[in-house]
Design a binder for this molecule. Structure first.
Ligand code: MN
Length: 202
């Protein structure tokens, strides 16, 4: 086993009642695990890729054999996106961003509330399965972007700072079709210090 499923950085019940324990188990133990398993299967005959990090592989898709490239985009992207997603969530006590991240959000979007509004609209606009991201572009600017399926921002030269999973498996058990309620819950669960850390990393 080359790639392994990372443990959640908190208990499965830590985000209750907003993100429920059953969904966290299903999402992490089944969905994320399946991406990891299928990534390992895809890379079984590629020992040189097995030595790299999934982030490095996704940043350099051109160096991946076209025969397995789509599987790496799907399953490697799924592994990277979920590993990232768990880290930007936290129990609802995390303080709002301060310092450089707050400055950047205010300058790009006007205010934190305005940012939450446009990010929510971006996420609500994901058609079918996909993600909404806050990204740092290569020139250091903030940008919002949707990606279909498990397409990774890393493959487009961008650094993810914040993400929300808009696949039905992320919310359907608890919220059914009420995506706006899922997103409302999401805003209470942001690990802002971690987002700030991603933003400050050169
Ligand atoms: Mn997911």
């Amino acid at each position: 086993m080359t790639f392994t499923l990372p443990s959640l950085p908190y208990d499965y019940s830590a985000l209750e009642p907003l993100f429920d324990t059953a969904t966290m188990h299903l999402h992490h133990d089944k969905h994320h695990a399946a991406y990891v398993d299928n990534l390992n299967k895809a890379l079984a005959d590629y020992p040189e890729l097995q030595k790299k990090s999934i982030e490095d592989i996704l940043r350099n898709l051109n160096s991946v054999d076209p025969k397995i490239r789509q599987s790496v985009i799907n399953n490697g992207g799924g592994h990277a996106n979920h590993s990232f997603f768990w880290t930007i969530l936290a129990p609802p006590s995390s303080p709002y961003p301060a310092g450089l991240l707050a400055d950047a959000i205010n300058s790009a979007f006007g205010s934190l509330n305005k940012f939450k509004e446009v990010f929510t609209a971006k996420a609500m606009g994901v058609f079918g399965s996909g993600w909404a991201f806050l990204l740092k572009t290569p020139d250091g600017k903030l940008a919002l972007k949707r990606h279909s399926f498990q397409n990774s921002p890393l493959s487009h030269g961008n650094i993810p700072l914040l993400a929300v999973d808009m696949w039905e498996h992320a919310y359907y058990l608890k919220y059914q079709n009420r995506r706006v309620d899922y997103l409302e819950a999401f805003w209470h669960l942001i690990n802002w210090p971690q987002v700030e850390k991603y933003f400050s990393t050169p």
